[in-house]
Design a protein around this ligand. Sequence first.
Ligand code: ZN
Length: 174
Amino acid sequence: MALREILKEPNDVLRQKSLPVEIVDEKIRELIDDMLETMYAAPGIGLAAIQVGVPKRVIVMDTSKKEGEKLPMHFVNPEIISKSNSNSIYEEGCLSLPGQFAEIERPAKCKIKFLDYNGNPQEIEAEGMLATCIQHEIDHLEGILFIDYLSKLKKTMIVKKLSKQKKEIERIIV
Ligand code: ZN
């Protein structure tokens, strides 16, 4: 296992559409393991492969609330097959948008089909934070970030702030 670098907005790679995984092989399992390690280290509760620069439809999550308890989840080629009409609102953040948060409204429940760690097809019904988190991560596979749901003004302000942060970080490194 190895830590991978998490890409930060603004970065064109984050806007790429990820491609489906053809076979869940050792390479994909290694990617999943690295992504989980990277997510836990950040720390975060969800990560899409594109956030570590790999344009493949792979996401990992852990939405367990108990401290010290690990419930790693992984989804290969996740697809939303149904969504509820009722919505819920959560304040979302993103490892690619450090320090930025916004209230986002999404369907409260959704049904997902995906391939598991061994390449077997699975389905789950998600609600609450899990439903929001899965939808946030699947958005990443389409090149969508949560700030895309905000007004143009708010989005521009956040991207400006992040660009400034990036420059400051680079200045310290150099
Ligand atoms: Zn994110």
